[in-house]
Write a protein that binds this ligand. Structure first.
Ligand code: 3HC
Length: 325
């Protein structure tokens, strides 16, 4: 429906302008905020960057939950830094979205009213310390797989935000894997916790790449505009191929009895996630949807006095400036 709307809007634009725009994209030129762009391109970017920004800040919640319970001071400091990084990623991305003419208030309103999504993965709970390892290893690992190509995306402010974000995500992935290594070399109980975390987070991590290509609504147009550089299935396959040997190194088993190396395709065959679960989570019925959204809404309400104070201060300064003229 949305894709149809975007396509019809794009054809309403001047064909000569559209052609010139597509030629710039095909020539790998960056589109900058003041350049002409089709309305559908702008809207798709706002949707994707906004959803991405929301994922960063909602993504703080499952890990923030463990800061006070981290097992050592060092682990606490690392986790704290990681969670702060995610807030920074959210800010770069909100700034990139703002260059497209949407305000941050509007973006938050869309998140809070459920009109804008955030990544499905953050609607799952983090039950044990091993989940901090699995989130860093799998969730940040999947995020990097998706985001490294986005450094070459056609919209300049988004591409540049991704460069910094990817550097930090790579540190996040390593700290997660480091936790998993410690757990797997620890007691039997610790290794069991690590296996349990992998069992619970494997399929939700595969879902992060979005529905399979045949069901993806936006991929075709987004790839033509280089807003997306790969299809959902391409990235999911790369993620599985990269992650399975890492699980083997840890001595853990991936919870998929159909997992098998396929010599011919040079990659693993693997089971698809349960897509009905994915769509159910998107509809708001995941284990933590309500909790996550309520926490974000509460944070927005708690920050009202700061916003009001800053606006009052700005107004006072404006009045003082006019009076002095
Ligand atoms: N969670 C929630 N919604 C999802 C989703 C997911 N994992 N995957 C797809 N969807 C939604 C889409 O938004 C779309 O819904 P909409 O039309 O209402 O917006 C619908 O499902 C159909 O999917 P499509 O494949 O057609 O959608 P896209 O072309 O937008 O592809 C995507 C989905 C691959 C996630 C793409 O948007 C993308 O690459 N986004 C940028 C990266 C991003 O947002 N990453 C978030 C990961 S978490 C993170 O980065 C935090 C880090 O700290 C770990």
């Amino acid at each position: 429906m949305y894709a149809q709307m975007i396509k019809s809007e794009a054809t309403q634009d001047d064909p000569a302008l559209l052609e010139a725009f597509q030629a710039r994209i095909d020539d790998n030129q960056k589109i900058e905020p003041k350049d002409w762009m089709p309305e559908g391109y702008r809207k798709t970017l706002i949707r994707q960057i906004g959803q991405h920004a929301h994922s960063e800040i909602v993504g703080q919640l499952p890990e923030g939950n463990w800061i006070t319970r981290a097992p050592t001071l060092e682990r606490k400091a690392i986790l704290l830094a990681k969670v702060q990084d995610e807030a920074g990623h959210g800010l770069y991305l909100y700034c990139a979205a703002e260059t497209l003419g949407v305000s941050r208030d509007e973006l938050f309103e869309m998140l809070h009213s459920g009109r804008m999504k955030y990544s499905s993965i953050f609607n799952y709970p983090t039950l044990t310390w091993a989940d901090m390892g699995a989130v860093g290893w799998l969730v940040d690992g999947a995020a990097i797989m998706n985001q490294v190509p986005l450094q070459r995306t056609s919209y300049g402010p988004y591409a540049r935000a991704m460069v910094r974000i990817c550097k930090e995500e790579s540190f996040h992935q390593r700290q997660g894997y480091d936790i998993m290594m410690k757990m797997c070399k620890g007691t039997d109980a610790q290794k069991k916790m690590a296996q349990d975390a992998l069992n619970r987070l494997w399929y939700p991590s595969l879902m992060m790449f979005g529905p399979s290509d045949k069901d993806s609504v936006h991929s075709e147009q987004s790839m033509a505009w280089k807003i997306k550089m790969n299809t959902n299935d391409e990235l999911r396959q790369k993620f599985v191929d990269q992650t399975v040997p890492q699980a083997e190194y840890l001595g853990l088993s991936v919870p998929d009895e159909n997992l098998k190396w396929n010599e011919e395709k040079g990659g693993y065959d693997f089971s698809e996630p349960d897509w009905s679960e994915f769509y159910d989570v998107l509809k708001g019925n995941g284990p933590c949807n309500t909790e996550r959204l309520n926490t974000r809404k509460q944070a927005w309400a708690d920050g009202a006095w700061v916003r009001e104070g800053m606006l009052a201060h700005a107004a006072k300064k404006r009045i003082a400036k006019v009076a002095a003229q």
